[in-house]
Design a protein around this ligand. Structure first.
Ligand code: ZN
Length: 346
């Protein structure tokens, strides 16, 4: 078996391998969504349980590895959100999985799953080896979930490692972070990420990778709440490029459709980030194919209202899973964008 993760994960995988020599009771693996945080955490969890780990990971041959692969290892507890459970029907497969939720499941980690950890952790190891709890996405825990988890982190049972994987380190409670050994998944090098996209049939890997913000695994994003169709992206782009010329009618007419709020906010953030860059005479990061349109929209724009709008979008991103009226929220938020596109006063 050996290293069973994507090539750009080799460096953090080596760090984890060192940690395996003297296992901490809690490890927090963090990086941006789409760089393989979950895949790395799953590989690490597997290697902790393996009876004869080889360089880079689990052996794939021993009895423990077989149980892990079958999903029946008694000393392993997976704590995933319903959305991630569907996205990873075979948690140990590094290759793309096929399942996805059509209607969009909850992205939060259910409180019962955290509460039931107490029972799991109070018993001893079934197979006499290490025990592992894998939690993802650890940033999707509400206050109740976090405090229930904290109890387990405060008094970790011997021989147990809690592996937390998060797409957003800033969203983690400091009290949880401080009890974990932190491992960062760095930005995938461009060449490796583009190569990966090319191998997976992407015709224009440069601009696709840019539109993904450098995160190659967004190609396989399975969470429908985090994904926009090309049609919807085209509609949004068309509206956003109108800047302050956008009318209420255009917004209500074009956006009388269901759009997942988290994906919408992420899209807006990327576009506004590009627009801000362009006002400063910098190259755009995400919408490279639309660079010339964005540059012409950015002419003489006042950057301050855009920066204020961007921070509002960031706040909104943290609340995007709350059951707001998505359609109305989206329409209002686009109109607010339009009002933030303001020429510098002469
Ligand atoms: Zn093994």
């Amino acid at each position: 078996m050996g290293l069973d993760v994507y090539p750009w994960l080799k460096a953090p995988a080596l760090m984890l391998e060192k940690l395996r020599q003297k296992l901490p009771s809690a490890v927090l693996i963090y990086g941006q969504r789409g760089c393989g945080v979950y895949e790395l955490a799953a590989s690490f969890a597997r290697s902790i349980l393996c009876e004869h780990p080889v360089q880079g990971g689990a052996c794939g041959q021993c009895a423990s590895c077989k149980l892990t692969e079958a999903g029946t290892h008694p000393d392993l507890r997976l704590v995933l959100s319903p959305a991630e459970e569907v996205a990873h029907p075979q948690p140990w497969a590094v290759t793309k999985t096929t399942s996805e939720s059509k209607k969009g499941l909850s992205r939060q980690i259910p409180i019962e799953k955290i509460r039931s950890l107490g029972e799991f952790l109070s018993t001893t190891s079934h197979r006499g080896g290490n025990r592992v709890v894998l939690i993802y996405p650890a940033n999707m825990m509400l206050a109740d979930q976090s405090s229930a988890l904290l109890k387990n982190l405060e008094e970790p049972p011997a021989g147990t490692t809690i592996v937390l994987a998060t797409d957003d380190l800033d969203a983690m409670l400091p009290t949880i972070r401080s009890r974990c050994q932190l491992v960062r998944v760095p930005f995938p090098p461009k060449a490796q990420a583009q190569q990966f996209l090319r191998e997976n049939g992407v015709k224009d890997p440069e601009s696709t990778l840019a539109s993904f913000g450098g995160m190659p695994l967004l190609l396989f994003e399975k969470d429908v709440k985090l994904r926009l169709s090309e049609d919807v992206e085209a509609i949004l782009l068309d509206l956003l490029l109108k800047g302050n010329q956008l009318t209420h009618f255009q917004v209500f007419d074009a956006l009388n459709i269901e759009i997942p709020l988290p994906a919408f906010i992420a899209y807006i953030q990327r576009f506004v980030c590009d627009l801000i860059y362009a006002t400063q005479g910098l190259a755009v990061r995400y919408n490279v194919k639309k660079q010339s349109e964005i540059i012409s929209l950015a002419q003489n724009l006042d950057v301050k209202p855009l920066l204020a709008y961007w921070s509002e979008a960031e706040k909104m991103a943290r609340m995007a899973d709350h059951p707001l009226n998505a359609k109305l929220t989206i329409q209002t938020f686009i109109l607010k964008y339009s009002a933030s596109v303001v020429k510098k006063s002469a």
